[in-house]
Write a protein that binds this ligand. Structure first.
Ligand SMILES: [Ca+2]
Ligand SMILES: [Ca+2]
Length: 323
């Protein structure tokens, strides 16, 4: 296992199951990174990135608090905040928008050694996705790039992920008649090319993803993308949830492993309301899957991911409670 930042983020995600909507004082959501260390100002010292969504005043009569991205620079204590206003979000006063859970990630998109931050507002028109570029001075809002603009009811960017290898890919959710994931290849300067839709239909039954319950949670590291679909419904078991582990080989080529509590090697029972995949994290070859329990006894299943074009997993242990 290369690092444990993803597992720390998982703990926050598990604790935040019911807090998708903005609150009066939004708690920053730590962001898991997709590069060897998260280092926005490229000084060799790890930094921390978090996001807060737009929030209404308690009585709804005052302007909302703008959503924001925060960077805490390691070794200095300096905190930098960039708001959605600074990025020119066209209609920022809307509760729950911008940098919400799943709408801010970090990774070195242009491979210059400085970690960059990607943030989205799915409710801005058809959805907008920005890149804030890391530099020795930190983030430079005036040099931010509007990477992707959606149209109609696409609501691009509800969840995001960055897969750095073998070819850098930005993963962006799209809401349409069903929820899908777009894959954008990134050029050397971090700019996105024409997207393709992620196809996880083989060997998976198409009914597993042909609904709006697909991909509520994403995590990525190295060449792996993990997709949590905790509200996935099938005819026999209500909302048991499921997880896809996707390994990219060249370009968009990939192998897919489906995990659910009725699959071989996966502990637990495939049952109503289990929310398997309510949180997902990947760090090197260590995979963590959060399982919600309606009685409040959340658990986390830990696995080792094996090599191979189509990934395999070996269950390691299940931990009780919030990790
Ligand atoms: Ca740093
Ligand atoms: Ca960079």
């Amino acid at each position: 296992m290369k690092r444990s930042a993803g597992l720390v983020a998982l703990a926050v995600t598990l604790a935040c199951t019911a807090c998708g909507a903005a609150t009066e004082s939004p708690v920053p959501t730590p962001v898991r990174d997709a590069s060897p260390i998260l280092d926005v100002n490229c000084d060799g010292v790890a930094d921390a990135v978090s996001g807060t969504p737009t929030a209404d005043s308690p009585d709804g009569t005052r302007p909302a608090t703008p959503g924001a991205v925060h960077v805490q620079f390691g070794g200095t204590g300096r905190v930098q905040t960039v708001t959605q206003d600074e990025l020119g979000d066209p209609a920022p006063l809307f509760s729950g928008r911008f940098a919400g859970v799943g709408g801010v990630i970090a990774g070195d998109l242009d491979a210059d050694g400085c970690t960059d931050v990607v943030v989205s507002d799915p409710a801005a028109g058809g959805g907008r996705v920005w890149a804030l570029w890391g530099s020795p001075r930190g983030l430079a809002p005036d040099a931010a790039s509007l990477l992707i603009v959606g149209s109609g009811s696409e609501q691009l960017g509800g969840v995001l992920a960055f897969v750095p290898r073998p070819d850098p890919v930005l993963v962006v959710s799209e809401e349409s008649t069903r929820r899908v994931l777009r894959l954008y290849p990134l050029g050397a300067d971090g700019s996105p090319g024409a997207p393709e839709l992620l196809d996880v239909s083989s060997p998976v039954d198409r009914s597993a993803w042909n609904t709006d319950t697909f991909a509520w949670r994403l995590a990525a590291d190295d060449d792996l993308l993990v997709i949590g679909s905790p509200e996935y419904s099938d005819e026999g078991a209500g909302y048991p949830g499921e997880v896809f582990v996707v390994r990219f080989t060249t370009g968009f080529a990939h192998g897919v492993l489906r995990l659910a509590q009725d699959a071989p090697g996966v502990p637990g029972r495939h049952r109503l309301g289990d929310g398997f995949g309510d949180a997902v994290a990947i760090s090197g070859d260590r995979l963590a899957i959060g399982v919600r329990d309606r009685a409040g006894a959340d658990t986390t299943q830990l696995y080792d991911v094996g090599p191979g074009e189509t990934p395999s997993v070996t269950w390691v242990e299940t931990r009780s409670g919030t990790p």
